[in-house]
Write a protein that binds this ligand. Structure first.
Ligand SMILES: NC(=O)c1ccc[n+]([C@@H]2O[C@H](COP(=O)([O-])OP(=O)(O)OC[C@H]3O[C@@H](n4cnc5c(N)ncnc54)[C@H](O)[C@@H]3O)[C@@H](O)[C@H]2O)c1
Length: 434
């Protein structure tokens, strides 16, 4: 059986740089959480790589993933990032107000040295924010400066590898245009300061140029444009996205498969959210919300497949709104009113009220994506990693392939890939022993 190149464990002490453009609520909650886990002050709740098992057909509880996969260890992660707001990770975490001081103060000395590098930032793309910690020059100069940042960060911190997870704001809505069609057009657009090149695309370009996987936690196009797909393919770099699947969409993609499995019909699904963090403020801008709305609305059609079942799902009224409501901070509240119907068309309702904590749900995903993105890169993968769909609201696929949204199908896909890696790692160990 062909298994692909050897997949050995990183040597102990071999450092992995986890580079986060956007050091706000999600990023600092992830960094502080990893520091707390390293110091044995907390368990990594919600993290697949830290607590998950390999599921293997009949075996209900397979081995722990971290025992059978050659994953980077938490002790070997070095965090860095960029932000237009110059606060170090401790101040940014205090300001984000997700974790309480009793959890932040014990890791203060781990967070304070993490200071954001100067960002590639443009208020045309994120209108509700501003900050002085930014790069100047042409887009080409800024892009090259990011590549230099990545290389010098790796060198300074003795890292042999890096991985970038976009934890920055949601940018205004954009569609693929002429400047995004191939690497040459993209670079020419950088040279002429083309306004259709978003900052998140520049980070993705720089990551790919530096041979660092790029995983996208926001719904921004970023690496999901033909130019960067081609560049990632040419350079053999892993990509993945988009938009962390955390609160309401996580619920939606678990309930909708149940409706489909039991062939219950659906008239409408009304989803609304209130949140008061900085992300909520950014999403209060109609053009940034549009990017999010497209990401949130795409899931039902694929799961329910109205073409196959027009009598059940042909006329769904699906609405999604987000309201910026400062008193709620990061503790988002999501309501879903689901109008379904059963035998002989009799109507029923399900109400979901998820009082979640946005960054608490997103932080373990940042960690898992960094560790699994690095694993995929070492395994010789390149381009969009569909098996990572499990973590995303709008999974990026190879051209012509439909995204899978059903959480359980996504989990099966993820587990199948992890089993392949575990087999390769085991074969590698055996051949080393033999
Ligand atoms: N928390 C969740 O559950 C969740 C789920 C899905 C997606 N997301 C996405 O994750 C992202 C981060 O969310 P958050 O709650 O941490 O938001 P946040 O506003 O607290 O942090 C975002 C940070 O990104 C910075 N930023 C903006 N543009 C930048 C640029 N060009 N370069 C570098 N930094 C930049 C901002 O200054 C800010 O500090 C958002 O796009 C959000 O939509 C979050």
């Amino acid at each position: 059986m062909r298994m692909g190149p050897a997949l050995g464990k990183p040597r102990k002490g071999e450092k992995l740089a986890v580079l986060l453009p956007g050091m706000g609520a999600v990023a600092t909650t992830a960094i502080a959480g990893v520091a707390a886990v390293r110091r044995k002050l907390a368990d990594p709740v919600g993290s697949l790589t830290q607590l998950g098992h390999l599921q293997d057909g009949a075996v209900e509880h397979g081995p722990l993933l971290r025992d059978v996969l050659p994953l980077a260890s938490l002790d070997d992660l070095v965090f860095g990032g960029w932000d237009p707001i110059p606060d170090d990770a401790y101040r940014a975490a205090v300001r984000a107000n997700v974790l309480r001081r009793e959890h932040l103060d014990p890791v203060r000395e781990d967070l304070e040295p993490i200071r954001p590098m100067t960002a590639v930032f443009d208020r045309e793309w994120v209108r509700r924010l501003d900050g002085p910690n930014v790069k100047t020059g042409t887009l080409r100069e800024k892009a090259e400066a990011l590549v230099t940042d990545i290389r010098s960060f790796l060198e300074r911190n003795g890292c042999t590898r890096g991985v970038m997870v976009w934890t920055g704001s949601t940018e205004v809505y954009a569609e693929v245009g002429a400047a995004h069609l191939d690497p040459k057009a993209f670079e020419a657009a950088l040279d002429r300061n083309d306004p259709t090149i978003a900052p998140s695309m520049i980070y993705a370009w720089a990551a790919i140029r530096a041979g660092v996987p790029f995983l996208n936690g926001a719904p921004n196009l970023s690496a999901d444009i033909p130019a960067l797909r081609e560049l990632a393919e040419q350079r053999g770099v892993v990509t993945g996205g988009k938009d962390f699947k955390t609160g309401q969409t996580l619920m939606k993609t678990t309930i909708a498969p149940m409706l489909r499995a039991r062939l219950l019909g659906l008239d409408g699904w009304f989803s609304t959210n209130i949140l008061g963090n900085r992300d909520g403020e950014v999403l209060d801008d109609a053009d940034s919300f549009k990017t999010k709305e497209v990401s949130k609305k795409s899931v039902l059609d694929q799961i329910l497949s109205p073409r196959e079942h027009p009598e059940l799902y042909g006329q769904i009224d699906h609405k999604v709104t987000i309201h910026y409501y400062p008193p709620r901070g990061d503790n988002k509240e999501g309501w879903d009113a689901i109008d379904l119907f059963g035998w002989l068309g009799y109507p029923m309702q399900i109400k979901v009220n998820f009082q979640c904590r946005d960054s608490i749900l997103a932080a373990p995903i940042v960690l898992d994506l960094a560790i699994l993105g690095d694993l995929a890169q070492r395994a010789g993968e390149k381009g969009p990693q569909e098996w990572l769909s499990f973590f995303f609201k709008s999974p990026v696929t190879l051209p012509g392939r439909a995204a899978i949204h059903d959480l359980f199908q996504q989990q099966a896909l993820l587990q199948a890939q992890l089993r392949k890696y575990a087999d390769r790692a085991a074969a590698n160990t055996q051949s080393a022993v033999g």
